[in-house]
Design a protein around this ligand. Structure first.
Ligand SMILES: Nc1ncnc2c1ncn2[C@@H]1O[C@H](COP(=O)(O)OP(=O)(O)OP(=O)(O)O)[C@@H](O)[C@H]1O
Ligand SMILES: [Mg+2]
Length: 285
């Protein structure tokens, strides 16, 4: 089942001379982990905003095509015809900077806030807050003031507040780019737990292609508002030279194996150091 279908989507911001998205089409299947990468300004964030209806409902501009999303009961919504408040329970969006998403006085209130807006009854809210904080490893911090948390904790809280609403899809726009390595590990660990335990559908935007090449089911590469590649990690890795030309950071092992392959010293490209080592060993036989 597709949870998101994007069909010939083009979007131009008001007063912008150029389109930020050009004829973008793809489907997202339930349970899939989709990675999106591309150089700065290629339209990744614009696409995220279009997936949960902020574009074109709150941020207006010239919009063509369709974005259709499906909730867990199978109801379909065209984002152009559905209020953002309704869409946010279907497609949850987590942004780059956790500070811009946290505005309550306590950790607990931060998660409860969205649930209260859904009009859930207090017992259900309490149950979900406990579950979300437990899952995201924030138990014991219920009464903390969010600005006092570490970067990784803040971002995990922002994610908890979104997944507590039980959206069909979690969209994360460069959620670790402002975190230190430990915070990044915490957030990526939470994502893999949510996928493993709850089979949640994930769209993860990352500037650096390393993590998504290792973990995503499929990757979209964007450039100047268009999808220029749509394939499995190994299909996308085959285009290492093209990725480098676009200015996308690739894993060191992929870069090294790409250079060796170009010189005829290796047959296959490798994404991880382990694969590269075994390729090197077998090429010496
Ligand atoms: N609010 C806005 N008004 C006008 N133009 C915008 C607006 N936001 C983004 N743009 C333009 O739209 C294009 C796509 O921007 P977008 O932020 O989606 O790219 P991105 O791939 O997310 O980049 P980054 O990697 O830097 O986050 C860029 O040319 C950008 O300048
Ligand atoms: Mg962006």
């Amino acid at each position: 089942m597709n949870v998101i279908s994007v069909e010939n989507l083009s979007f131009r911001y008001r007063r912008a001379s150029d389109y930020a998205l050009r004829d973008v089409s793809f489907d997202l299947r339930k349970g899939e982990f989709l990675g999106i990468t591309g150089p700065s300004g290629s339209g990744k964030s614009t696409l995220c905003l279009a997936l949960n209806g902020i574009i074109p409902n709150s941020i207006k501009g010239e919009f063509q095509g369709h974005v259709r999303v499906r909730d867990l009961n199978g109801n379909e919504f065209d984002t152009r015809e559905t209020p953002v408040s309704r869409l946010s329970t279907v497609v949850g969006l987590v942004l780059q900077n956790p500070d811009s998403q946290l505005f309550n006085m306590t950790v607990e209130d931060e998660v409860a806030f969205g649930l209260e807006n859904l009009g859930l009854d207090p017992n259900e809210i309490e149950r979900r807050v406990r579950w979300a904080l437990e899952t995201s490893g924030l138990r014991g911090l219920e009464n903390e003031f969010p600005p006092n948390l570490s970067g990784g904790q803040k971002q995990r809280l922002a994610i908890a507040a979104v997944f507590a609403m039980r959206p069909a899809v979690l969209v994360l726009d460069e959620p670790t780019s402002q975190l230190d390595p430990l915070g990044r590990e915490e957030v990526l660990g939470l994502l893999s737990l949510l996928r493993r335990e709850y089979g949640i559908t994930v769209v993860l935007v990352e500037h650096h292609s390393d993590y998504i090449l290792r973990h995503a089911d499929r990757i979209l590469v964007m450039n100047r508002g268009r999808i220029v590649l749509n394939g499995t990690p190994s299909e996308v890795a085959e285009e290492a030279g093209f990725l480098k030309k676009l200015g996308i950071k690739i894993p060191v092992s992929l870069d090294v194996s790409y250079e060796l392959k170009k010189r005829g010293r290796l047959k296959k490209l490798s994404i991880t150091p382990e694969d590269l080592l075994s390729e090197l060993e077998s090429s010496q036989d």
